[in-house]
Ligand binder design. Structure first.
Ligand SMILES: *Cc1c(COP(=O)(O)O)cnc(C)c1O
Length: 412
């Protein structure tokens, strides 16, 4: 079977093909950057319009009640819950991933009082380690310390002094996916709590946080959940920790009786205790629309398509003559990777720019990595082949050598 026949058959059988029809993708573009900014879908656009033109414009302040703006953080959390294997009341949408990480790391240190080490991976996404180091510094070195090890060292790491193991499930630079089950079990068996960053996992991986007994997790919603630029983050706290956990950024929205305007803080007893201030309702409206596209879509369906897409892409890549100058740094075993393929090339930035000029949108990560993200909600199998053909042209004809592709922009 040729690759084209295989791709056509996979597209014809794709249960998510109908979902793609709800996305507003630009013409003549293969969008492989949904791992950075998910595409716009019609329900997200319509919910924003409705929120602005009907709710805000016409109903003004009463919309907090009539459109139930006030409960959006927990309502949206309940929608994300099935995608990560959590109960509806264990997930809250608010603030940003970075802020939520700060809150939950502080909770973890408080819940594990005999220990002071936050253990992470040296090449974690920078914000994760900045937040942990900043929190440790702010608490004073006696109460907390960030230690980092390489990904390879984690499997044999000693967790006996670790308060919380804080890791990103799918690495943003390589696409490598940790064995969440094995690491969670080992760390917990030695008394550590475990916090997972799901930024590159939610919407493409089949996660089972409750079944596995994960302690806590954070994620963002503008990547594979398609919530829009700067869409809010989310947090998950296993319900066994809820009663003892206290929000380190106590604010009026997390108070158990907000509109009593009481002088003293008393946190809510449910997941709303992790709210701080007023949320961005327009941003939440976009996310609410985007999440309707996941109604009835099982995480296992997303994961199966994601794997099939990356497998097809790599098969097509190896069939081309000029792509041998690329080095794949993503694990070749599909079970050990997320939904992106990362290729190294000495002129990676220019190759990425040349691909974008060919209508294949990818991104670049310092120093020499081109990332191809496969969002199963709207990426077709034929798109993977179009991307490989474009890459072959860019390399074979040295199109990347054009001077305009060497100029670095502010956002890569
Ligand atoms: C995208 C990403 C973030 C982003 O955090 P924000 O607070 O939303 O800016 C954090 N961690 C990881 C692993 C990411 O991939």
């Amino acid at each position: 079977m040729t690759l084209a026949v295989r791709a056509a058959a996979l597209d014809a059988d794709d249960p998510l093909a109908v979902v793609r029809d709800r996305f507003l993708l630009p013409d003549a573009t293969v969008y492989l950057d949904g791992n950075s900014l998910g595409a716009l879908c019609r329900p997200a656009r319509d919910r924003v319009r409705d929120t602005v033109e009907r709710a805000w414009q016409q109903e003004l302040i009463s919309s907090w009640n009539s459109h139930d703006w006030i409960s959006l953080p927990e309502r949206l959390g309940a929608r994300i819950a099935p995608l990560i294997g959590a109960a509806a009341d264990e997930v809250l949408v608010a603030d940003t991933l970075s802020t939520n990480l700060f809150k939950l790391l502080a909770v973890a240190l408080a819940l594990n009082p005999g220990r002071r080490v936050i253990l992470s991976q040296s090449d974690n996404f920078p914000t994760d380690n900045y937040i942990a180091a900043g929190l440790a510094q702010w608490l004073g070195g006696k109460r907390a310390e960030l230690r980092t090890v390489t990904a390879e060292a984690l499997a044999a790491a000693d967790f006996s002094e670790v308060a919380v193991l804080s890791l990103t499930h799918v690495n943003f630079r390589t696409g490598a996916m940790h064995d969440m089950t094995a690491l969670t079990r080992r760390a917990q068996s030695q008394g550590a709590l475990v916090l997972w960053d799901l930024a590159h996992s939610v919407g493409v991986c089949d996660l089972a946080l409750d079944a596995l007994g994960v302690d806590m997790a954070v994620g963002c919603t503008y990547k594979y959940l398609n919530g829009g630029p700067g869409a809010p983050g989310f947090l998950y706290l296993n319900r066994r920790h809820l009663a003892a956990a206290e929000n380190p950024i106590a604010g009026w929205m997390g108070h158990r009786d907000r509109f009593a305007f009481a002088p003293d803080y008393q946190g809510a007893t449910d997941i709303r205790k992790f709210l701080t201030g007023t949320q961005c309702i327009v941003g939440m409206a976009a996310l609410e629309g985007a999440l309707t596209c996941f109604d009835g879509v099982a995480a296992s369906t997303l994961r199966a398509k994601s794997e099939a897409l990356t497998v097809l892409f790599l098969d097509a890549l190896s069939a081309q003559p000029h792509t041998s100058t690329l080095v794949c740094i993503t694990p070749l075993d599909p079970a050990r990777r997320g939904s992106q393929i990362c290729l190294r090339h000495p002129h990676a930035y220019a190759v990425a720019q040349a691909l974008i000029a060919e209508g294949v949108v990818v991104d670049f990560r310092d120093p020499d990595i081109i990332r191809f993200g496969f969002a199963p909600m709207y990426t077709r199998f034929v798109d993977a082949l179009v991307a490989v053909s474009a890459l072959e042209r860019v390399l074979g004809e040295r199109r990347y050598a054009a001077p305009e592709f060497a100029v670095r922009r502010a956002v890569t």
